[in-house]
Design a protein. Structure first.
Length: 207
């Protein structure tokens, strides 16, 4: 059990530490809505990964290649939409007109993060090639081993995301210039990730 728990912790911590669209989104939402409303978005993988696990573990190997291609293109378009929202936040921060009383900010952050994760092919590839086989092997040995890997992975992943949110919030309070720089970085990062997803998706179609 300990071995699978450690594997889950390592994989989850590594996934949280790698720069990606979700981290950029958490940054933009923290600057826009504050850490109290954004930190719950760290739990988004628990919402999006349920259908992903079902598809990967039961049916993904039987689906055509264009399924992941369409997911990649859809995810790229959604990332561009989020980049536009992050850019609007950047403009509001610059003009000191950021509204911190936006209703439904918590629900919007969680749903947007979950949708972004669901539309990204990375979780499918990750669970299909790395985490999925480990989880299956662990579960076949004992249910306790499977649960140890599962909770270790998501504990480290969600904990890492929450740490990012708190770190961004601390940086925001240090200096107004830092807040502006971070909001600009989040917009650029989401935009570049979106373009990269679209490039990979359309390139696969052409090939």
């Amino acid at each position: 059990m300990i071995g699978y728990l450690v594997q889950g912790l390592i994989l989850g911590g590594t996934a949280a530490a790698q720069p990606g669209p979700l981290q950029a989104f958490l940054l933009s939402q923290t600057l826009k809505n504050g850490w109290r409303r954004t930190i719950w978005a760290a739990f988004a993988p628990l919402i999006s990964d349920g259908p992903i696990l079902v598809l990967v573990l039961l049916a993904l190997t039987r689906l055509p290649d264009w399924f992941l291609i369409l997911l990649r293109i859809g995810g790229g378009l959604f990332l561009l939409y989020l980049a536009w929202g992050a850019y609007q936040t950047f403009r509001l921060v610059q003009s000191d007109r950021l509204d911190q009383s936006e209703t439904g900010a918590v629900q919007q952050s969680i749903l947007k993060a979950a949708l972004m994760n669901f539309l990204s092919p990375n979780p499918y590839i990750f669970w299909g090639t790395i985490a999925g086989p480990i989880l299956i092997d662990a579960w076949r040995e004992t249910a306790v081993n499977g649960l140890a890997f599962f909770f270790g992975f998501y504990g480290a992943l969600i904990g890492g995301f929450m740490a990012f949110v708190l770190l961004f919030a601390t940086a925001k309070r240090l200096d107004e210039k830092v807040s502006r720089i971070l909001s600009g970085i989040s917009a650029v990062a989401l935009f570049l990730f979106g373009l990269y997803q679209l490039y990979l998706g359309f390139s696969a179609f052409i090939d």
